[in-house]
Every structure is written in C-alpha cells, then in structure tokens.
Design a protein. Structure first.
Length: 385
C-alpha cells in the first residue's frame, strides 16, 4: 500500500469557526475533525491523481503539469531532532520510509497527544510541494516525498484549483476528447506553474490572517484558561499550541503583566529555568495558558497568551486612590489619571554555558480622582443710606 512504501501520515491542525446566523461573528472555535470516510475518499483521489499524471506524461512529456515534493533539508530538522533525542527518540529523515517509521515509534504512554505534536512539528520542517512543467526537470526530480510516489499531479478538484483545470485540458487532449490548446509549450506551462505556486503561498498567508482575525473576534471580552503545549523556546519567550482550539501564539516574558522574576534561558538545551530551579520549560512541555485580548491600541488589538502555570506571569499590580469632597455649593469633578511605568530589563550572557538571564518589572497604574470645588458667595452687602 501507499503507507507501506513510505508515505507520511502527517498532521496540521485546521481551525473551524461556528458563526452566529444573524451577525456572522464567531461563537465557537474548534478543530476540524477528519473521519474515516474522509480518509477513504482521499485514497481514491490520490490514486486518480497518480493515474492521470502517468497518462498525460506519456502523451505530453515536455509540458505536462505535475506536482513534486522535494526531500527535506537536514538543517530544517536539526532543532526537532535535538528536542526528541533528549527523550530517547530518534528521527531518521534519509527517506520518507525511514521518517514514517520514526514517527510511528515516537510515542509516550503517559502522553497520548505527544505523537500528534511531533507530526505537527514534522510537517512544518518539510519543504513545500510545488507545481512544475515536466520538460524543465529530469524525471529523477519528479518524486513526491510526502506521498512516496514517483509521479503526481492534481486532477480531482478543478472547481477550486486552476492547476486541475490545466490537467483536465491535457487529459482531454490525451484521450482525444478535445484538441490541445494552441501555443502550449513547456515554458508557457512553467510560467503558469510559477504563478500558481506564488498564488498558493499568498492563499496560505491569507488563510492564516483570516484565522487570526476570527480568533481575535472570538476571544474578545473573554478571559479563558486552557492547556497549551510548547512548540518552540526562545530567549524572549516561547510558542504555544492550544489543542482545544487548534490555535497557537507567542508567550513573551516582557509582557506588561509580568511578575518581578528572573528566568534563565539556555541556548544549548533550548530551555528556560526559574530562579529557584523549581520550574523548567522546554519543547513539548504542557503549560497552563490564559487567553485574553489586548485592546490598548484601538487600531491594532491582539490576542495575548499569558503563562500562569508555571507562574511566569503574575497579576497586574494596581493601586487605586479615590478622593471625594462634597459641599452644598456648586461642585465640578475632574478625573485625573496618572500612569507610572517602570520596566527594567537586565541581560547577562555567559559564553561558557550560553545562559541568558532576564529581569522583569511590572507596570503600576495609579488612578486618582481629584475634586475641584467652586463656591459662590451668598453674602449680601447692605447699602448705606
């Protein structure tokens, strides 16, 4: 079968929003669930695409529109390989078959989501698949790494992909149903492929932006606490995936809600450690995240991910002083807001152990209500007669 030949079974979370029927705003967000029927239909579609690719290449070897998936580069996998190696797991990417076997063995009995997480990260390390004209490359480069097949194209979805429309025209000419479009050559087909590849990248960016927008609208005026998984650790924070919603974001250490604390970052192990060495965060760890929306800048609201367990972030320290003065005379009240922000960041880097220490100070807001009183004099002067 296809999987026995080395086809990869990967994972990429797809977010689905449920919208209100009246205002069309998102009322719920969840992962798109793939059922067994989806997998069955997908297998038939893959077989159809492979069969059509072979057919059009036989008739038009110079300008068939095909799709290839280059093998991944080792440098893109180094971070993931090092992370799983610490857990006693080996990832072999020499071939799709060896990688598939490695992924099947990457399991933790006490963590059922671990294998899914590794497959998500593996997907992001792979080289994107691209369309190309068959006459521009030798057949040795036609191979599709992810599907483990020698030749492949897209044929089954002409209603949503222009590449499939071109392939339909080539197949129609191959079986004698319709004449081949005039002036068709490998350069023209390659120009179409370049445009489709570029448009595909633009569509991916637009899809991610759409997801971020709807996520922002959904979490507006909400404070939710969810379980997250660490995908990447940096000196200034880490990337977290929230499996419940299939969304991810950055947790920054320099947030205005940060507690006064010091966490150390180790560049070699890609870990951060609390001052008392009680907590350590690394890739694949489970953390507790609070999700809110920051609307401080009206033109650029953003979703904020705050780590509350381990306790990297604390509560905002706010001192409120209210002064009210009342008299029976005319009174005008002026509200004066004074904001004092103190942020101290100290960075120390030691070349021997590659450790960065960062110190954070919270922001304190003091709101004072001052009452200004204006009194009209009601004293009447007697006129001298």
């Amino acid at each position: 079968s296809r999987l026995e030949k080395g086809a990869l079974s990967l994972s990429s979370p797809q977010v689905k929003f449920k919208r209100d029927e009246e205002n069309q705003e998102p009322v719920d967000v969840e992962l798109y669930e793939l059922k067994e029927t989806n997998s069955l239909i997908e297998e038939f579609m893959l077989l159809a695409n492979i069969a059509v690719a072979k057919e059009i290449l036989k008739f038009f070897p110079a300008y068939s529109l095909l799709r290839r998936h280059p093998p991944p580069k080792m440098k893109t996998f180094l971070g993931l390989i090092d992370s799983v190696k610490k857990m006693g797991i080996q990832l072999n990417i020499e071939s799709s078959k060896s990688l598939s076997n490695s992924l099947d063995k990457a399991v933790k009995q006490d963590d059922p989501y671990f294998n899914e997480l590794i497959r998500i990260l593996t997907t992001r390390c792979l080289t994107p698949a691209v369309y190309f004209s068959s006459g521009t490359l030798p057949q040795s480069q036609f191979y599709h790494y992810g599907l483990a097949c020698q030749i492949y194209t897209h044929f089954t979805s002409p209603i949503r992909r222009y590449a499939d429309v071109v392939v339909h025209r080539l197949l129609a000419a191959a079986i004698g149903a319709e004449p081949l479009p005039k002036a068709l050559n490998k350069n023209q087909v390659q120009a179409v492929c370049n445009n489709i590849n570029r448009r595909g990248r633009m569509a991916d960016i637009a899809a991610r932006d759409s997801t971020r927008l709807h996520t922002l609208i959904y979490f507006k005026n909400k404070i939710l606490t969810e379980t997250g998984r660490v995908l990447q650790v940096r000196a200034n924070g880490f990337t977290v995936l929230v499996p419940r919603y299939g969304i991810e974001g950055k947790v920054y250490f320099h947030s205005s809600t940060s507690a006064i604390t010091v966490w150390s970052y180790n560049r070699e192990t890609k870990t951060i450690t609390s001052p008392n060495k009680q907590f350590k965060i690394q890739v694949f760890d489970q953390v507790e995240i609070q999700i809110t929306v920051d609307e401080t800048m009206a033109h650029a609201p953003r979703v904020v991910y705050t780590c509350i367990n381990p306790p990297i972030h604390g509560k905002i320290q706010t001192n409120n002083t209210n002064t009210n003065t009342n008299t029976n005379t005319n009174t005008n009240t002026i509200n004066t807001t004074t904001t004092t922000t103190t942020t101290t960041t100290t960075t120390t880097t030691t070349s021997t152990n590659a450790t960065t220490t960062t110190s954070f100070t919270t922001t304190t807001n003091t709101i004072t209500n001052t009452t200004v009183i204006k009194t009209k004099s009601n004293t009447k002067k007697k006129k001298k007669k």
